[in-house]
Write a protein that binds this ligand. Structure first.
Ligand code: PMV
Length: 388
């Protein structure tokens, strides 16, 4: 009796990253090439991750490739970005197969992929970076591709720009590149997490978020209509990239914090300068800026805010400032879910603090529904936990 065809399988988890110098603007919308370089911190997969299993088998034929995302079947054919990633990965595998005829012809087999995030979609966090990084890493492992994370970042970039930075841990730059075919637009590790392991990130999830314009659509409006955008791309971002790399190299939190906040403000200023204007920040976001400024009150930066294409503040700080930063925020946001028990030492219910709240503190306390405490973390990890 003939044995049934083998099912090949590989699983990985991949991290979320939050940029401190923002990617905003495409110079090529098909290849997902950016108008400027960007830099992010990869967050720990213990807190936030996408988990993906990729399988392929001759026995799946003649069914097409399939993808199940958080339990829901997705239409791969409708996602040009997913198709672009699969095509690139298959062609790299096909090259290996044509160089070594003993290899099974995995590139010709249908793929079945399942992926899930360990954080609620309702948390309003962009999950596409972790999702596409996990998809590319899992299939690259399935196909036993010998390519480096830098080379694979060229593929993940086509899924979602920021995904290219989630293939590496620590502090990661995405070099915009100058080639028309995008062959030099890839991610590069600036420093591993171990270089500056004290970096923490606190994500404040804003309640009742209204649907904002997507990053892809927003970028196009900005590129077409904002006058300020030109100076962001030509002057602001190159300066911020140089200063941020220096801050990371020298583990200089004062410089890191200032550039992080200035770059987030510059990005949201070009959004406002777009026509029609794009407002990702709301009253709660602005209240978070005021509270961070109050914590930093005495001329030293203990923490820094940054915002992506949505209202959720992400606050960076170092472990040594945790008592001050988390302590202050935990008093204000004592009632919301997400604080780990290890933070119990900082707990002081608002009612007992005996303190008169500022307007910004009241707005923040009323507008946040959840916190996620995270820190700098590592690259995608292979796992034997399979979803399929
Ligand atoms: O990767 P995209 O297309 O979702 O764009 C992400 C853009 C920002 O999150 C706003 C900035 C960034 O660099 O991550």
């Amino acid at each position: 009796m003939a044995s049934s065809p083998t099912i090949y399988r590989s699983s990985t988890t991949a991290p979320v990253n939050i940029a401190v110098v923002k990617y905003w603007g495409k110079r090529d919308t098909v290849l997902n090439l950016p108008t400027n370089s960007s830099l992010s911190v990869t967050l720990s997969q213990g807190d936030l991750r996408a988990h993906t299993t990729a399988t392929c088998s001759e026995s799946y034929s003649p069914q097409p490739d399939s993808l199940v995302l958080n339990g829901q079947p997705e239409d791969i054919q409708a996602s040009k970005r997913t198709l672009a990633c699969l095509l690139s990965l298959r062609s790299l595998r096909a090259k290996l197969e044509s160089a070594d005829s003993s290899l099974p012809k995995l590139s010709s087999y249908p793929l079945r992929i399942a992926s899930k995030n360990n954080f609620p979609t309702a948390a309003g966090l962009a999950s596409s970076a972790a999702g596409f990084a996990a998809l590319v890493r899992a299939i690259a492992d399935l196909y036993e591709l010998p390519h480096t994370p830098e080379q694979l970042s060229l593929i993940a970039r086509q899924g979602s720009g920021s995904a290219c930075r989630s293939l590496m841990g620590g502090y990661v730059a995405w070099r915009a590149g100058i080639q028309e075919d995008g062959s030099d637009s890839m991610a590069q590790e600036v420093a591993p997490a171990s270089h500056w392991p004290e970096m923490r990130a606190l994500i404040l999830v804003v309640s009742a978020e209204k649907k904002a314009i997507s990053s892809t659509a927003g970028m196009q409006v900005t590129v077409k209509t904002s006058d300020l955008f030109k100076s962001r791309v030509e002057q602001t971002v190159p300066k911020h990239m140089t200063l941020m790399e220096q801050a990371i190299r020298e583990r200089d939190f004062q410089l890191f914090a200032e550039v992080t906040m200035r770059d987030s403000n510059s990005f949201h200023a070009v959004c406002r300068d777009s026509w029609p204007p794009i407002d990702y920040l709301n009253d709660v976001s602005l209240a978070a800026c005021r509270v961070v400024e109050a914590i930093n009150g005495d001329g030293k930066y203990y923490c820094a805010y940054t915002f992506d294409a949505g209202p959720n503040p992400v606050i960076y700080y170092l472990e040594g400032a945790a008592a001050k930063v988390e302590g202050t925020l935990r008093v204000l946001l004592h009632h919301v879910e997400g604080w780990p028990p290890s933070h119990a030492g900082f707990t002081q219910p608002l009612a007992e603090s005996g303190k008169e709240l500022t307007k910004a503190e009241r707005t923040l306390a009323a507008g946040i529904s959840r916190v996620i405490c995270s820190r700098v973390g590592g690259a995608p990890e292979r796992t034997s936990e399979h979803l399929l």
